[in-house]
Design a protein around this ligand. Structure first.
Ligand code: TYM
Length: 335
C-alpha cells in the first residue's frame, strides 16, 4: 500500500485554503492508503510563537483535524516534536542541502521580504525539515496545496541525492497530490492572492455563521460587467473560484451565465457563497468545540499515532544510518 504523509503548521485556526487545499484530501485518502498526518509544531517555531500559544496551537489543529473527519482508527495522527527521529534525519539531510538552492525557494524569498528582521536559519532550512517529515516515513504521496509544490521538489532532490551519494535505495521520490486534479490555490477574499493565515483574508473552519456572512459580504469585487462576455477582474474571478470549490455545478452555471449576460448582482453571488460555505463548515465547527474539550480523547489519539509514527521512523533511521555508515561510538548491550 502506498504511504501518504502530510501536515499543517500550528499557527492558528485552519482556513478554507488549508481545508480544500490539503485536509479534505487527507480525509479522502484515509481509506485507500497507509496514512500519516501530523502537526508541524517545529515548523511553526520559525516565526517565533509566544510560549503560551505554542502548545495551545497544537491542540487547536488536532481538534480541527478530528472534527473535519481525520480518523485515528485509519491514520496515524501525531505531533512533529514527539517524533525525535524527524529532527535526527533533518540534521543528516542538512549536510546534503546547499545554501544556494535553499535561498532560491520562493517561500524563503517571501519570508525574507515580509519579515526582514527575522531571517533565521530555520527559515532557510524549512524545506529540509519538511523533506525529513516526508522521507522519515518513506512516503510516496503528499497531499498539499499549490504553494507547497516547490518544497516537494526539494524533498525529491534530497531523496535522489541521498540515494545516489550513499548508493542505497532508501527513499522513494515523493509526489505532491490532489484528488483527481491539479494542486489548488484557494484565493482570499481581499481581491488578490491566496487565502493565508497571515494575510487576514481568510474564512476559518472555526468561524460562526455571522462572521462568515460578514466576511463574504465584505469581499472585494468590481463595478460589474459592462457588456456581454466582459473579462473578469481578479477579485471576481476569486469569488467564482471559491464558488466552484464550495457550491454545486448548477449554482456555478447560474452565476456564470448571469455574469456573461451582465444581469449578475454581486450581492446575490456573495449571499449564495456564504450560505454554501456555512453548509460545509458549520457542522465541522460544532464538532471542533466538543473535541477540543475532550482531553482524554485527544491523548488517546496522539498516543496511538505517535507510537505508529515512531515505529515507522525508527525503521527508516536504521536504514539511513546504515547507508551513511553512522553509528554510535558507544557499544550497546547487543553489540
Ligand atoms: P501550512 O500550515 O502553511 O499549510 C498547510 C496546508 O494547507 C495548504 N494551503 C493552501 N492550499 C490551497 N490554497 C491556499 N490558500 C492554501 N493555504 C494553505 C498548504 O499547501 C498545505 O498543504 N510546510 C507545510 C507544512 C508541512 C508539511 C510537511 C506538509 C511541514 N512538513 C510535510 C507536507 C509534508 C505548510 O505550508 O503548512
Amino acid at each position: 500500500m502506498e504511504i501518504v504523509l502530510s501536515g499543517i503548521r500550528s499557527t492558528g485556526h485552519l482556513h478554507l485554503g488549508n481545508y480544500y487545499g490539503a485536509l479534505r484530501n487527507y480525509i479522502k485518502m484515509q481509506d485507500k492508503y497507509n496514512c500519516y498526518f501530523f502537526i508541524a509544531d517545529l515548523h511553526s517555531l520559525t516565526t517565533h510563537p509566544h510560549p503560551d500559544d505554542f502548545h495551545a496551537g497544537v491542540r487547536t489543529i488536532l481538534a480541527e483535524y478530528l472534527a473535519s473527519g481525520l480518523d485515528p482508527e485509519k491514520s496515524a495522527i501525531f505531533v512533529q516534536s514527539d517524533v525525535p527521529e524527524i529532527t535526527e534525519l533533518y540534521v543528516l539531510l542538512n549536510m546534503i542541502a546547499y545554501k544556494g538552492e535553499l535561498e532560491r525557494t520562493t517561500s524563503f524569498k517571501d519570508k525574507v521580504r515580509q519579515n526582514p528582521e527575522n531571517v533565521n536559519a530555520g527559515l532557510l532550512t524549512y524545506p529540509v525539515l519538511m523533506a525529513a517529515d516526508i522521507l522519515i516515513h518513506r512516503a510516496n504521496l503528499v497531499p498539499v496545496g499549490k504553494d507547497q509544490e516547490q518544497h516537494l521538489e526539494v524533498a525529491r532532490l534530497l531523496a535522489r541525492r541521498f540515494n545516489t551519494l550513499y548508493n542505497a535505495e532508501v527513499f522513494p521520490e515523493p509526489q505532491a497530490f490532489n484528488f483527481g486534479s491539479d494542486l489548488i490555490k484557494v484565493p482570499g477574499l481581499d481581491g488578490s492572492g491566496k487565502m493565508g493565515k497571515s494575510e487576514g483574508n481568510g474564512v476559518y473552519l472555526f468561524d460562526d455563521e455571522k462572521t462568515i456572512r460578514k466576511k463574504v459580504m465584505k469581499a472585494v469585487t468590481d463595478s460589474g460587467p459592462t457588456e456581454p462576455g466582459s473579462p473578469m477582474s481578479e477579485s471576481v474571478q476569486n469569488l467564482f473560484t471559491l464558488l466552484k470549490i464550495v457550491s454545486d455545478t448548477a449554482t456555478v452555471d447560474h452565476f456564470t451565465k448571469s455574469y456573461n449576460d451582465c444581469s449578475i448582482r454581486y450581492g446575490d453571488l456573495k449571499k449564495q457563497l456564504a450560505e454554501d460555505i456555512c453548509k460545509q463548515t458549520l457542522p465541522i465547527k460544532a464538532r471542533i468545540e466538543e473535541i477540543y474539550k475532550d482531553e482524554a480523547y485527544l491523548q488517546t489519539v496522539v498516543k496511538r499515532g505517535t507510537e505508529m509514527a515512531r515505529e515507522s521512523a525508527q525503521a527508516t533511521m536504521k536504514e539511513v544510518k546504515k547507508a551513511v555508515g553512522f553509528k554510535s561510538f558507544l557499544k550497546s548491550d547487543d553489540q
